[in-house]
Design a protein around this ligand. Structure first.
Ligand code: SIN
Length: 287
């Protein structure tokens, strides 16, 4: 039953939904790599239900413990472009400095959809936040798919799309970090073809799996031929009713399911520093 604060008990956790389609805050949990197995299982169940879960007040979770907590949910894997922290190489910094004007990943995307097996999940913890702004928007690929007409679902069903690491707007969002933290072993380009509609391997639900940041065209079609329908889908999947918005505090942690959730960090805090740490978990080949 909902309380006045919109809180509910799910698997023994106190959960507050942020919006209709996606997103829930889990309260009263102090994140640690040593949480009991039943708490980890409960977090996973709530996460699968809501797509992205949030925790506040986790400042005490250092980079290594952050990576070890992530490991309780899957295999920690590497991001191809940016070097990890010296003390925890699996953790990459996501930073915008005071003098910078572009934020990392500042457009709607799912993480590294240009890899053959994109990450299952992303965990992001805030270390320094601006005095205002710097929120992250999340959108449900399930809600976007469910809202399509039966005719559109039928048409998209057999289609595949090409996802690339070198769309110009996305490349620009990496430039500042590549200047100071580039990995020497990164390829010039990563490209992968994935189904436009993927079936989530754990929930069995269908999600729209194209994104503005990486999807360039439908397989077997040119970019020009693909653009009208892709543009429609990019607009459709970011409809406000499919989204939630998360405001960070130092120590806030977000954990999203990269198989069915898009995100878009808002670049509205020029002149201030925002420092986050990110870990990604290995995923399977979308099907
Ligand atoms: C990202 O992983 O794309 C960054 C998200 C953020 O900075 O909020």
């Amino acid at each position: 039953m909902l309380t006045i604060n919109n809180e509910i008990k799910e698997r023994g956790l106190t959960v507050r939904r942020l919006a209709g389609a996606i997103g829930a805050e889990i309260k009263d949990v102090t994140i640690s790599p040593d949480l009991p197995e039943e708490t980890i299982a409960a977090i996973r169940e709530v996460w699968l239900r809501h797509g992205v879960v949030f925790f506040h007040d986790q400042e005490a979770l250092g980079p290594k413990a952050f990576a070890d907590f992530a490991r309780r949910f899957g295999e920690v894997t590497e991001y191809p472009f940016v070097k990890g922290l010296a003390e925890a190489p699996e953790v990459i910094p996501i930073i915008k400095l005071e003098h910078e004007t572009t934020n990392f990943g500042g457009l709607w995307h799912t993480d590294t959809a240009y890899l053959d097996s994109p990450p299952m999940a992303t965990l992001l913890i805030a270390r320094e936040v601006p005095p205002y702004g710097g929120d992250t928007l999340f959108a449900s690929g399930y809600a976007a798919y469910d809202a399509l007409s039966e005719g559109m679902k039928r048409m998209l069903g057999p289609l595949r799309a090409v996802n690339s690491s070198v769309k110009a707007e996305t490349t620009k969002t990496r430039e500042d970090r590549l200047r100071d933290s580039a990995r020497a072993d990164a390829q010039d380009i990563y490209e992968a073809e994935h189904p436009v509609v993927r079936t989530h391997p754990e929930t069995g639900r269908k999600a729209l799996y194209v994104n503005y940041g990486h999807t360039t065209r439908f397989a077997g079609m040119t970019e020009a031929e693909s653009a009208p329908l892709l543009d429609y889908l990019f607009t459709h999947q970011a409809r406000p009713e499919f989204t939630c918005r998360f405001s960070w505090r130092p120590g806030s942690l977000a954990f999203w399911d990269n198989r069915c959730v898009l995100h878009n960090p808002v670049n509205d805090y020029h002149g201030f520093r925002r420092v986050m740490h990110r870990v990604i978990l290995a995923g399977d080949r979308p099907a």
